[in-house]
Design a protein around this ligand. Sequence first.
Ligand code: MV4
Length: 450
Amino acid sequence: MIEKILVGNRGEIALRVIRAAREMGIQSVAVHSTADADAMHVRMADESVCIGPAPGTQSYLSIPAIIAACEITGAQAIHPGYGFLSENANFVQIVEDHGLTFIGPTAEHIRVMGDKITAKDTMKSLGVPVVPGSDGGVPDVEAALKIGEEFGYPVIIKATAGGGGKGMKVANNADEMKSAFQTARAEGKSNFGNDEVYIEKYLQKPRHIEIQVFGDGKGKAVHLGERDCSLQRRHQKVFEEAPGPAISPEERARIGQTCAEAVARINYIGAGTIEFLYEDGEFYFIEMNTRLQVEHPVTEAIFGVDLVREQIRVAEGLPMSFSQDDLEINGHAIEVRINAERLPNFAPCPGKITQYHAPGGLGVRMDSALYDGYSIPPYYDSLIGKLIVHGRDRPEALARLHRALGELIVDGIDTTIPLFDALLAEPDIQSGDYSIHWLERWLDANMAES
Ligand code: MV4
């Protein structure tokens, strides 16, 4: 049994893991950089260890420092949160080589899903619908032009190791292919050290729909429906909701079952997210994330489960505490990401919080590591809080979000809070009628620099 967990992260997700551990009677160890000595996760954990200087590369990404912190404190397991080392297969291997438990998938699952060509191949062979396109990697421009002919333009060229929109280029016709192909290849090489690319039919107006899956590592797996995360800016999610306003119960059951069966077949362990583009009633697999995601609370809200608790259970070799038949959707949930950023450009805005007041009341959850007088360091991600609301239906969730935003106070810095009041006034947001391009278009039209 796990008696002590090291939390290999900071901010709100570190608190999320500490809270789950505490409810299970498990001790928690915080690790922190010198810049985070006063951070909330250090205060909230049972113990803490300083693991290095401010830059993430020298602290939260330092594998030797984190392994050493386990040895010093006697922590038997590591929960990586999201980002940092959460999808680093090499790290997982090292953790296991030290006789420690990684709370997450195996190194092999992380490796397979980290290479997008291999991930797509694997999912396709497991019966998951994928975007039409090249069968694996495309070696040169000549081969790329053949794919363009076969599937018809526009197509999108993607680096197999890509992420965050890097190494991705659209070609609208054969004339654009050469430069798009070479750019995608070069970006793959320079950003990820891998120049392999593949090609897909470019979907013009899809939604980003992701299915939450969960496996016990022994051939049993469930799905927990979808999240619609279409509202993004520069590949950063801003507003997420569950269930997806465009997805019917029948569609959910069908794609959910396909996903659950796929991950069951590979003996997947823990939480995973299977990302799809959804257009004209069809799902097209694009990627799988082998971590707990930022937006997991909307799923927790509508299913009434604690995903971190389940991660810890299966890491201990225990069964999941629910089966598919136990999982029923209750109402609607929305998350908005509060970032320390200045509108209209979303420029990072670290600094001292002079006043913080979290909203509360029925159906309101505020996941944040902020406190009065806290200074947000400039070294890390700008996410400072997630406001999650839950209502009996979507209109109630929207009204609750409006009400909760009115109670939220974050003074001393600029944040993305004003964006959400403006979004809530939009008919398309109220009706749920948006695609992956809606937010950027809206920002261009409404946040033009003045
Ligand atoms: C696509 C696409 C259209 N067609 N693939 C963006 C990042 C990566 N995760 C996949 N992405 C896309 N892949 C095909 N075949 C459009 C995007 C895309 C996107 C996807 C999800 C959410 C926001 C997006 C914004 C721009 C482009």
